[in-house]
Design a protein around this ligand. Structure first.
Ligand SMILES: NC(=O)c1ccc[n+]([C@@H]2O[C@H](COP(=O)([O-])OP(=O)(O)OC[C@H]3O[C@@H](n4cnc5c(N)ncnc54)[C@H](O)[C@@H]3O)[C@@H](O)[C@H]2O)c1
Length: 263
């Protein structure tokens, strides 16, 4: 296969959850630029409509559907609808996720102050939402004998992260083993399952905290590359994991973290 063909997604259909902002939006842009029909989904309908309209101007293969991943029936319906309309779904990015607030470096983030309702809500989106998305994708990909599933995890799921809340680090650690387990089950069916584990990216998460100058300052000492990442810096790995170039990769949790997890 030629080098351009290794990264060519023309003729493919891709679904991205949490695609109205941040990493999901950058991933959706990447898929469109590589030629894929791309279905952006998000629970934030106005933001989704706005971004989809902007993208459609340059990429007619842009589609948008409202979707809250904490509603498993709705996830199934969206995936079923894509398969009914386009014949198949080739790649699914289970990307939607929320923050759990500050970690134990502040009093509100310490064990005794964990609000169990908030804990459940974070797990419902970051873990149950990923399970619903992976399961809906696998249901179609397994019998077809082809497919890619890419989960947005975090380096906070690989090791302790004092700056992130308990529910967040727990959800991301759980998601990492969900990815490994699903990769084992689906490998005989040629369905590849991998995770991207980002470090700090300047997105809308946590009220856009990582876009603030004080975060940039903190990361200067916290991250070996000395800065917060731009969302465009997720594009290379997203394209690799969706494309023929990664045909021998499954069950991998891959950091994009400025060197943070190597410490
Ligand atoms: N930004 C970072 O530093 C960072 C680091 C590691 C991992 N991540 C992960 O990246 C993923 C994307 O986050 P981001 O940083 O781009 O944040 P973001 O807030 O910019 O984007 C997240 C998107 O998900 C959507 N969303 C939230 N709850 C949803 C739900 N229930 N159903 C569907 N959509 C929902 C939001 O509306 C938003 O558009 C998340 O899984 C997050 O945990 C982010």
């Amino acid at each position: 296969m030629s080098l351009p063909a290794l990264f060519d997604l023309r003729g493919r259909t891709v679904l991205v959850t949490g695609a109205a902002s941040g990493l999901g939006l950058a991933i959706a842009e990447t898929m469109l630029e590589a030629g894929a029909r791309t279905v952006l989904t998000d629970a934030d309908e106005p933001a989704l409509a706005h971004e989809a309209e902007r993208l459609r101007a340059g990429h007619p293969l842009t589609e948008a559907l409202p979707l809250d991943v904490s509603r498993p029936g709705a996830v199934d319906a969206v995936v079923d609808g894509i398969v009914a309309r386009h014949g198949a779904v080739d790649c699914v990015f289970a990307n939607a996720g929320i923050s759990a607030g500050r970690g134990f470096v502040v009093e509100a983030g310490q064990l005794e102050n964990i609000d169990l309702e908030h804990w459940s809500r974070v797990l419902q989106i970051n873990l149950d939402g990923v399970l619903a998305t992976v399961r809906a994708a696998a249901r179609h990909m397994k019998p077809r004998g082809a497919g890619r599933i890419v989960v947005t995890s975090s380096i906070a799921g690989i090791r302790a992260e004092p700056l992130s809340g308990y529910a967040y680090v727990t959800s991301k650690a759980a998601v990492n083993n969900l990815v490994r387990q699903a990769a084992m089950e689906l490998a005989p069916h040629n369905v590849l399952v991998n995770a991207i584990a980002p470090g700090p990216f300047a997105t809308g998460i946590n009220g856009g905290r990582l876009r603030l100058p004080e975060s940039a300052e903190r990361m200067r000492t916290h991250i070996p590359l000395g800065r917060v990442a731009d969302t465009s810096e997720i594009k290379g790995l997203a394209l690799l994991l969706a494309s023929p170039a990664s045909s021998y990769m499954t069950g991998a949790i891959i950091p994009v973290d400025g060197g943070a997890s190597a410490r």
